[in-house]
Design a protein. Structure first.
Length: 229
């Protein structure tokens, strides 16, 4: 871990309120899929379980799939979520508020959980609950990669030379104080990207020394740039 705690700019002091620490235990996991979702999106999660997110979809490789959420200020939704987790045992939750401005916290939670509880997974995919993933095609593509691609590997739809939006009326408004540069580093769309297993811990540790930015995929790009990826 980080040698100098005084360098921490973006602490992640949150703890898991729902967890599945044995999800990957003793399994030679090829692909871990973490789906970020809102606590109230019960139907979306069930649809994913029943379709592309079924862990038995691809023969010959072990795939694990979990859903990642933050806290909700509605006790009924939280209770329903806990019951859902009790049935399916596939939800992780940390104790920050689940909101748009906290999507980066959710991404950091994904990296943290992946290296703490599923470090043996060769690849980790982060996607959203409104995406449809062709898991067969993805597994086939990853299986054809050379051994060199198993380290510091990232794939997804990459944005290049994107400029920060300085219009205060925009949902993606970013001030000069938040991000002073004129262009963002290249970054993969947060809707779906895959990283090699070594990057989960590296990204989490890098996030601790990287100023917070609420646009999660841009923040990923900033961390990747620091890592030279």
């Amino acid at each position: 871990m980080l040698k100098n705690a005084s360098t921490i700019l973006n602490p992640h002091p949150y703890t898991f309120t729902l967890n599945i620490p044995d999800k990957c235990k003793n399994d030679n996991v090829f692909l871990l899929i973490v789906v970020t979702t809102s606590p109230a999106n019960f139907d979306q999660r069930q649809a994913i379980r029943d379709t592309w997110g079924n862990e038995s979809n691809v023969n010959g490789v072990i795939i694990k799939r979990v859903f990642a959420v933050g806290m909700v200020d509605n006790s009924t939704v939280q209770e329903d979520l806990e019951r859902e987790h009790g049935v399916h045992r596939d939800i992780i939750q940390e104790d920050f508020l689940d909101s748009y401005r906290n999507l980066t916290l959710k991404a950091v939670m994904v990296w943290k959980w992946a290296f703490q509880y599923c470090s043996q997974a060769s690849y980790v995919m982060k996607t959203d609950d409104d995406a449809f993933v062709n898991v067969h095609k993805l597994v086939n593509h990853l299986g054809q990669l050379s051994a060199n691609a198993s380290r510091r590997f990232v794939t997804g739809h990459v944005y290049v030379d994107t400029e920060p939006i300085r219009d205060p009326a925009s949902k993606w408004f970013v001030t000069k104080e938040e991000y002073p540069r004129d262009t963002y580093p290249s970054y993969p769309c947060g809707c779906a990207y895959v990283i090699s297993k070594d990057l989960t811990k590296l990204l989490f540790e890098t996030s601790l020394v990287t100023e917070y930015l609420f646009i999660e995929d841009v923040y990923l790009g900033i961390c990747l740039e620091k890592l030279g990826v």
